[in-house]
Write a protein that binds this ligand. Structure first.
Ligand SMILES: [Zn+2]
Length: 320
């Protein structure tokens, strides 16, 4: 079983007017951030004392020893000089827009000065979205790979040449699609596909697959396999997988106008999964709280790392 993390008590604005009222200034945002970061209450890392006040420098100052603990260090807001209010609004809009936002859209809504900033913020928020996807899929799960462009790419470049592994959990109640997972497996399709299944699907699950012989090895892990097709051509994926790939392609072409770099594709896939898996959630505010809460658990990578000027040091944790 995946380990459960401690979630803060539900506490979120119900709609935009409520959001604007509640997070009207930096102090309100800082208090909220503090509550999400330390759901059990703050404890001074220097002396263990449990009382502290949130100061104007985005830090909690220990009432006993005076040690200051940054609210933003080590989070998605790491190193930011922008107001917390602006970040909160970014998170709110990303959660509440049905099809998400492009960098241009975020720049416009927040009045940011540069596209680079808007784009980097979205990338950082995607880091936090991955972390929300931790409970493996179970029950009946359709798994297949597909060309993101629909058919085997010819001379196209960028994300259109990508090959993607898709897993779709089937809801036992209504037979509809449940949660999904996506992974860019272009680099090494066979190896990455098997790793994807082991990471994202419970071993007791029944996987519904095409005829690729590579799946046979998974019987040793406990997976039950049902073969749904006689071929294993990524140009002809299984029906639910095809539906998902079509939606992803439409989203990349629509919201992002197709302007997605190949090496950043996985972040977009993570965002798609995040939104898709919560498409039936009636409370967008809860999504917002989750994103803030998870955002305190992962350190945002700066632009120069996304842009590839500097190795990130660590491999990404996977599409979890
Ligand atoms: Zn202290």
């Amino acid at each position: 079983m995946a380990t459960k993390i401690l979630m803060p008590m539900p506490d979120f604005p119900g709609d935009l007017p409520e959001f604007e009222r509640r997070f009207a200034d930096e102090a309100a945002c800082a208090e909220y951030l503090r509550a999400q970061r330390w759901p059990r209450g703050f404890r001074c890392p220097a002396c263990g004392h449990d009382r502290g006040w949130t100061n104007r420098r985005r830090a909690v100052e220990c009432q006993s020893c005076g040690h200051q603990t940054s609210l933003t260090a080590g989070t998605v807001l790491h190193g930011t000089r922008h107001p917390l209010r602006l970040w909160f609004r970014a998170m709110w809009w990303v959660c509440t827009q049905k099809t998400g936002l492009s960098a241009a859209g975020l720049k416009r809504i927040l009045g940011l000065k540069s596209m680079q900033t808007a784009w980097t913020w979205l990338q950082k928020l995607r880091q936090a979205m991955v972390r929300l996807e931790r409970e493996p899929l179970q029950g009946r799960v359709e798994v297949d790979e597909a060309w993101l462009a629909g058919e085997k790419p010819g001379k196209v470049e960028g994300w259109r040449s990508a090959r993607v592994a898709v897993a779709v959990e089937m809801d036992p109640g209504d037979g509809e699609m449940g949660r999904i997972r996506l992974l860019d497996i272009t680099r090494s399709p066979d190896r990455l596909m098997l790793g994807f299944i082991r990471q994202e699907i419970f071993p007791q699950a029944t996987i519904e697959t095409d005829a690729w012989p590579g799946y046979e090895i998974l019987a040793g892990d406990g997976y039950r396999r049902v073969r749904l097709a006689e071929t294993d051509d990524p140009a002809h994926p299984l029906p639910q997988v095809r539906r998902i790939v079509t939606l992803v392609r439409r989203w990349l072409l629509g919201t992002h106008q197709g302007r997605v770099e190949r090496r950043h594709l996985q972040g977009y896939l993570d965002e798609f999964v995040f939104r898709f898996n919560r498409r039936k959630s009636p409370q967008v505010g809860l999504l917002f709280q989750r994103l803030v809460s998870q955002g305190t658990q992962v350190q945002g990578r700066p632009y120069r790392q996304w842009a590839g000027h500097e190795p990130s040091g660590k491999a990404r944790p996977g599409n979890r």
